[in-house]
Structure formats: structure tokens, C-alpha cells
Design a protein around this ligand. Structure first.
Ligand SMILES: Cc1cc2nc3c(=O)[nH]c(=O)nc-3n(C[C@H](O)[C@H](O)[C@H](O)COP(=O)(O)OP(=O)(O)OC[C@H]3O[C@@H](n4cnc5c(N)ncnc54)[C@H](O)[C@@H]3O)c2cc1C
Length: 394
């Protein structure tokens, strides 16, 4: 019998398990496969190392202090944020996820690898645990609180009836690889290539030799573009060759995966003794697809809520509600809603507004400041700003 069962040892589940175990509670952390590398760009705010994982510093990640972005017609916007608190790092997900798991285990969580959770254990119609498939048969883990953290493919999230299955229009689809070789990339920059359709490509240098490269589509563009085709096209595009002139990069790993494109599923976050966190609940920023940091935040807050409920001795929808109502969760929800409201604007008329925005930013310093604030510091663009883009002849 556990106090808390966490299904999924990704960033969200590992952080959640760590915090609960550290408070002295018994935690089972259930993972499908610790050798699976989550398909991901691996780009994450460097703040993660100060607030959540100082242990990541030991991996010596290269600090990124700027970005080079292109709109669909290759108008360029370059920004160096050195000293402005927007630094990022790029992690190999296999390395990072295993570090986060070991931090949870060191805090006292019990990690059960090669367990695929697929259903709940019920008693008198109440959920009292989860069932997993293992090589030696079906296992049951019983617990007072269940935290669903097993990402986009979560079976438990659907079985809980808290949310339905994903619809293709609500998703992003991404394909990426980690490659190694000599490049013309600056290792302290992130490279982003917006497309004329809903999607973008990226190159995130990891260190001197390795880089993460990938691209994706979202919403209805998932149906209009074949992910494998656009990935090959992206890798071989002339503007990419400028940065990657060599022919024979060593492909260390490659994968593709879906991600939520619609923001946090606010109504799905809690049940009687269940909380859903991370990707499984839509904690992924629309447009950018950034979900590592929001997932960790959701894991931390769900953990604090579980600790309070366990201390109080009452597990119910009422005692789990503070997770959903936490100001930082509300802030993420609001921020993602803003991003979503900008999607149509950005990509209207084959990405024309994005092209115009980048062109205006090149000739007008004040306008550029507003674009930067919107992209990197989550500022809401003013109506005047949006009108200027709409009516510009550039
Ligand atoms: C192509 C792509 C690129 C991305 N790039 C970025 C990026 O650059 N930066 C960023 O911040 N975000 C990025 N994201 C999003 C990011 O990957 C996720 O938001 C983040 O991994 C969410 O963490 P999580 O812990 O919620 O879920 P996950 O990382 O998906 O972890 C879920 C865990 O649960 C396990 N699991 C799954 N099913 C089961 C099961 N049935 N039983 C037991 N365990 C199970 C998995 O093995 C995994 O360890 C990208 C996503 C994609 C698809």
C-alpha cells in the first residue's frame, strides 16, 4: 500500500514523486522503460537548474543566450538575451530524464521500471490502485492517491474519464533527431524556422558537436502535411545546408511523437483521488511546444497538494482542488490561452503576418522590442501592434 502512485517517470512524474517522497510519504513511481528516449527538442529554460534541478549543472549544459528565428519567407529575427534572465539549455532527454528519476529515487521514491500501466484497480466502484503489464504478468499497486504522469499516450487518463482521447486537430506532431558532426552553428544559439503552415523546424545545438534537429506541424496542418516528408525536406533545405554543410552527420537517435496543441485541459486535472500532470493534461505551450518546464511545475504543485491532503487525512476532490486552483497553474493556463489566441493570427495567409512582423522588427527598434517581449517574455501584444501587422504593406 502506497500513499501515492505516480504513473510515468518523465520530468513531471519524477518531480512529483521526489517532492512527495521527501516529505516522508511512500511513493511508487511506475515507468514503462527507463531506456526510452522521449522524442523532444530538449530545449528548456536554464532557470530549471536554479529552481528545480541544481543537479543538472553537473552535466555542464551549454547556456544559450540568444535565438535566430526565421519566418516562412525566411525573414530573419536575431535576438541576444544575455543577462536578461531568458537563458536556455538543451538536454539529451535520455540523460536528463534518468537524472530526474535518480533524484526522485534518492528522495525515497520506489521506481518500478518495465511496468506499463493500463487500468485501475477498483473496490466498491472506487479507484484504489493501478494495474500494470510486466514481463512476469499483471501487477497491482495500491495507493491512496494516483498521479497520472504518463504523457500523451496515457491510458489511465482516458480510463479515468477525466478526459477523452486526443483528436488529431488538437495535437502537434513532431519528428526529431540527435546528430553529431562539424557544423556552422553557434553553440550558444537556438535556431527556429517557422513555416508558412502551422508548424516549425528547429536546430538546437547541444554542445560543440551534437545538435537536436527536428520539425513538426500542428492542428489541421497535421492532416495536410506528411511528417516524414517535411522532416526530410527540412534536413535537405538550402537554408539548413548553410548551417550544416557536411553530408555525413552521425545520427545518434531519431524519433517522432505527438504533443498537445490546445493548452491545459483545465477541467480534467482532478478526480476524487486522482491528479493528472504534465503532457497527459496538456501542459505544453501552444506554438512553441515547450512542455518540460510547465510539466515540472505541474508535478511540483500536484505533489504539494497531495502532501497537504495526506497530512489532513482526507483524500477527495475538495482536498485535491488546490492543485487546479494554484496561482502558478492559473498563470500557465492564462499564458497558454494567449498563445493559442495568437496561432491563427501568426499563420494567417500562409504565415504572412509572421513574415510582416519579422520585417517590421528589422526596420523599427520599438516594434522589435515588442516582438521580442511577446516571443521571449510572454507579453500580450497590444491591439495597435496587431493592427500595424495586419495593415502593413511589407
Ligand atoms: C517532437 C517534440 C519536441 C519537443 N520539444 C520540446 C522542447 O524542445 N522543449 C520542451 O520544453 N518541450 C518539448 N516537447 C514537449 C515535451 O517533450 C513534453 O512536454 C515533456 O516531456 C512532458 O513531460 P511529462 O513528464 O509530462 O511526459 P513525458 O516526458 O512524455 O513522460 C512520460 C513518461 O511516462 C512513461 N510512460 C508512458 N506510458 C506509460 C505507461 N503506460 N506506463 C508507465 N509509464 C508510461 C514514459 O516512458 C515517460 O517516461 C516536445 C515534444 C515533442 C513531441
Amino acid at each position: 500500500m502506497y500513499d501515492v502512485i505516480v504513473s510515468g517517470a518523465g520530468p513531471a512524474g519524477s518531480k512529483c514523486s521526489e517532492v512527495i517522497a521527501k516529505a516522508g510519504f511512500k511513493v511508487a513511481l511506475i515507468e514503462k522503460d527507463v531506456n526510452w528516449r522521449k522524442p523532444c527538442g530538449g530545449g528548456v529554460s536554464a532557470r530549471i537548474m536554479t529552481k528545480y534541478y541544481p543537479q543538472l549543472k553537473a552535466l555542464n549544459p551549454v547556456i544559450k543566450n540568444g535565438a535566430i528565428m526565421f519566418s516562412g519567407d525566411y525573414s530573419k529575427l536575431e535576438y541576444n538575451w544575455e543577462g536578461l534572465g531568458a537563458d536556455s539549455i538543451v538536454m539529451d532527454r535520455l540523460e536528463m530524464d534518468n537524472l530526474m528519476r535518480s533524484v526522485a529515487v534518492d528522495a525515497g521514491a520506489e521506481l518500478f521500471d518495465k511496468n506499463i500501466s493500463f487500468d485501475f484497480v477498483y473496490k466498491d466502484d472506487k479507484i484504489i490502485g493501478i494495474k500494470t503489464k510486466t514481463s512476469s504478468g499483471i501487477k497491482e499497486y495500491l495507493g491512496k492517491i494516483i498521479v497520472i504522469a504518463d504523457g500523451m499516450s496515457s491510458k489511465l487518463a482516458v480510463r479515468s474519464d477525466l478526459r477523452g482521447k486526443w483528436k488529431i486537430n488538437n495535437l502537434g506532431m513532431g519528428k526529431c533527431a540527435i546528430m553529431e558532426g562539424n557544423t556552422n552553428l553557434e553553440k550558444d544559439r537556438m535556431y527556429i524556422f517557422f513555416r508558412p503552415y502551422k508548424g516549425y523546424g528547429w536546430i538546437f545545438p547541444i554542445d560543440d558537436k551534437r545538435f537536436n534537429i527536428g520539425c513538426g506541424t500542428f492542428e489541421e496542418a497535421n492532416l495536410d502535411y506528411n511528417l516524414n516528408d517535411i522532416y526530410e525536406e527540412f534536413l535537405n533545405a538550402p537554408y539548413i545546408k548553410e548551417y550544416l554543410p557536411e553530408q555525413n552527420f552521425k545520427e545518434i537517435w531519431k524519433g517522432s511523437y505527438p504533443l498537445s496543441a490546445i493548452g491545459v485541459l483545465e477541467k480534467s486535472l482532478i478526480g476524487e483521488n486522482i491528479m493528472i500532470i504534465g503532457d497527459a493534461a496538456g501542459f505544453v505551450s501552444p506554438i512553441s511546444g515547450e512542455g518540460i518546464h510547465p510539466g515540472i511545475v505541474s508535478g511540483q504543485i500536484a505533489a504539494e497538494t497531495a502532501i497537504n491532503a495526506l497530512n489532513e487525512g482526507v483524500i477527495s476532490k475538495k482536498t485535491l482542488k488546490p492543485y487546479k486552483q494554484h496561482p502558478n497553474i492559473k498563470k500557465i493556463v492564462r499564458n497558454f490561452k494567449l498563445k493559442r489566441s495568437l496561432v491563427e493570427f501568426f499563420y494567417m495567409n500562409n504565415g504572412k503576418n509572421l513574415n510582416t512582423m519579422f520585417k517590421l522588427a528589422e526596420i523599427d527598434e520599438e516594434f522589435r522590442r515588442q516582438v521580442i517581449n511577446m516571443f521571449f517574455f510572454n507579453a500580450t501584444p497590444s491591439e495597435e501592434f496587431l493592427n500595424r501587422v495586419r495593415t502593413s504593406s511589407l
